[in-house]
Design a protein around this ligand. Structure first.
Ligand code: ZN
Length: 240
């Protein structure tokens, strides 16, 4: 039976270990933390893995949901340390946080999405490397929230997931939207241009109308001047 003193020191040790772990991971950048968590994950749970049947190579969609992940009961979790639970939470979350995209039909607006395989989760594909299946860019990545419809356990499901892409692939991802916007802008531009031309035509018609009036006015006045002249002439004739 453990004495009070030894329990207290065990609790103290555990707490100290936890604080050290926290301090260590806080000092890491996202990628190093990722590596640390996954390494720890393998060292915490890797042993059990050996007992599970070797996985056959499967298609993208099959991979995860067929239960090759470590199956742990709640009881197991109760026994595990804080660090173990933390890395397990991180590891589990990764599978349904980021996805991988097939952009081969991006021009039609069809982007295929799937969850990541374990290998991809481990290597950081789709998280620290562009999520386009055929791209391995690691620079200039941005995360996009995409609506993912998938089929799992006999059900159609939908989830908002993250797709991380490089700049070039982001253009593919947004290709249709960008095209639509371009088209819209082009239509607006053309409409504006039409409107401008129409206004110009109207103004021109208006101007020529005014010009015509002016000529008419001029003619009228000159006519009247002519009349005046004639009148002068007439008066002149009268006094002479
Ligand atoms: Zn890319």
């Amino acid at each position: 039976m453990a004495s009070f003193g030894s329990i207290r020191s065990a609790v103290f040790d555990r707490e100290e270990k936890k604080q050290q772990y926290q301090a260590h991971i806080l000092g890491l950048n996202a990628y190093d933390r990722h590596k640390k968590f996954l390494n720890d994950y393998v060292s915490f749970y890797g042993g059990e893995r050996q007992n599970q049947e070797k996985l056959p190579v499967k298609t993208d969609q099959d991979t995860l949901r067929e239960g090759y992940r470590f199956i742990r009961s709640e009881e197991d979790d109760m026994d595990s340390s804080w660090e173990q639970r933390l890395v397990k939470r991180y590891y589990d979350k990764l599978f349904k946080e980021y996805c991988i995209a097939d952009m081969s039909h991006y021009k039609t607006g069809k982007i295929g999405l799937r969850w990541r395989t374990e290998k991809e989760v481990m290597s950081g594909k789709g998280q620290f490397v562009c999520g386009n299946k055929h791209c391995s860019e690691q620079e200039g990545l941005a995360s996009y929230e995409v609506n993912f419809s998938y089929f799992e356990a006999g059900e159609n499901k939908q989830a908002l997931v993250k797709l991380v892409t490089c700049e070039r692939c982001a253009k593919k991802l947004l290709y249709r939207k960008l095209k639509e916007k371009e088209k819209e802008t082009e239509e607006k531009r053309r409409e504006k241009e039409e409107h401008r031309k129409k206004r110009e035509r109207e103004e021109m018609d208006d101007e020529s109308g005014k010009a015509y009036d002016r000529t008419k006015g001029k003619k009228q006045s000159s006519t009247s001047r002519d009349d005046e002249d004639n009148f002068d002439e007439y008066l002149k004739g009268m006094f002479l």
